[in-house]
Design a protein around this ligand. Structure first.
Ligand code: ATP
Length: 237
């Protein structure tokens, strides 16, 4: 692993009286793709929320680029982390282009037009659909738009929550292919939460498997895939 960009140390998080994370520690190296896997309710989404400050952290620490990261969504975005939530979070009443422009809201420079073009090299169909309402895009296109919008903020880290949700396998493969290319060609660092362990492990260098709010196993994608007991107990294939 390269130097850690994101570090979670004994992170606890709660929804009201209910603790959902009971001490999660993980690291994402600069330029790495790391997956968080696990069954329904294991705490994957909560882990991303605890990083981005959308759920209350009740213990532990998050560090980003060597500094403590406050649990305040604006501070997290400003630090260079883009969170693409489950269910995509595109603004369905706005056009494709308006969605992309919103992705650049933390930026003060005037490169937005150039960046729309840069992002469209990854998703060529975006230019043709600039004026289309996001709500009329297919599920896969909306997921890609959500990722494209995240890239508009020129993040150092993208956190993707379950990009495969409700999408056909072919579309899921296409999304992961783009994530892999962004990682290889632009050095983008990605923390991806995924229930589909098989596809996530094709892309991620390393993974953490959560079970009831704790890390049950972790290792390189190759190690996890080669371990039949891990595959059967935790990865579901
Ligand atoms: P899934 O793949 O089903 O989304 P997950 O691994 O992402 O699962 P989380 O959504 O992080 O799991 O949920 C972890 C625990 O926190 C679960 O027990 C869940 O019921 C609880 N939880 C999640 N969101 C809330 C909420 N808004 N209020 C109360 N409890 C919640």
């Amino acid at each position: 692993m390269t130097a850690p960009l994101l570090e979670l140390d004994d992170l606890h998080a709660r929804y009201g009286p209910v603790e959902a994370l009971h001490g999660v520690s993980l690291e994402v190296g600069d330029g790495e793709v790391v997956a968080v896997l696990g069954a329904n309710g294991a705490g994957k989404t909560t882990t991303l929320r605890a990083v981005s400050g959308t759920v209350r952290r009740s213990g532990g620490q998050v560090r980003f680029a060597g500094k403590p990261l406050r649990a305040v969504p604006e501070a997290v975005a400003k630090a260079g982390i883009a969170h693409v939530p489950e269910g995509r979070g595109t603004f369905t009443d706005l056009t494709v282009e308006e969605n992309l422009r919103l992705g650049a809201y933390t930026r003060r420079d005037r490169q937005v037009r150039a960046d729309i073009e840069r992002v469209a090299t990854w998703f060529p169909w975006l230019s043709e659909r600039a004026g289309q309402r996001a709500g009329t895009l297919s599920g896969g296109e909306q997921q890609m738009l959500a990722l494209a919008r995240a890239l508009m903020g020129r993040p150092r880290l993208v956190m993707l929550d379950e990009p495969s949700l409700g999408l056909a396998p072919m579309v899921v493969r296409e999304i992961f292919r783009i994530v892999r290319e962004l990682n290889v060609e632009e050095g983008l660092t990605v923390l991806v939460v995924e229930q589909d362990a098989r596809i996530a492990l094709e892309t991620a260098a390393r993974a953490y498997v959560l079970e009831v709010g704790r890390v049950a196993v972790s290792g390189s994608a190759a190690e996890l895939e080669a371990d039949e007991a891990v595959r059967r107990s935790y990865l579901g294939y």
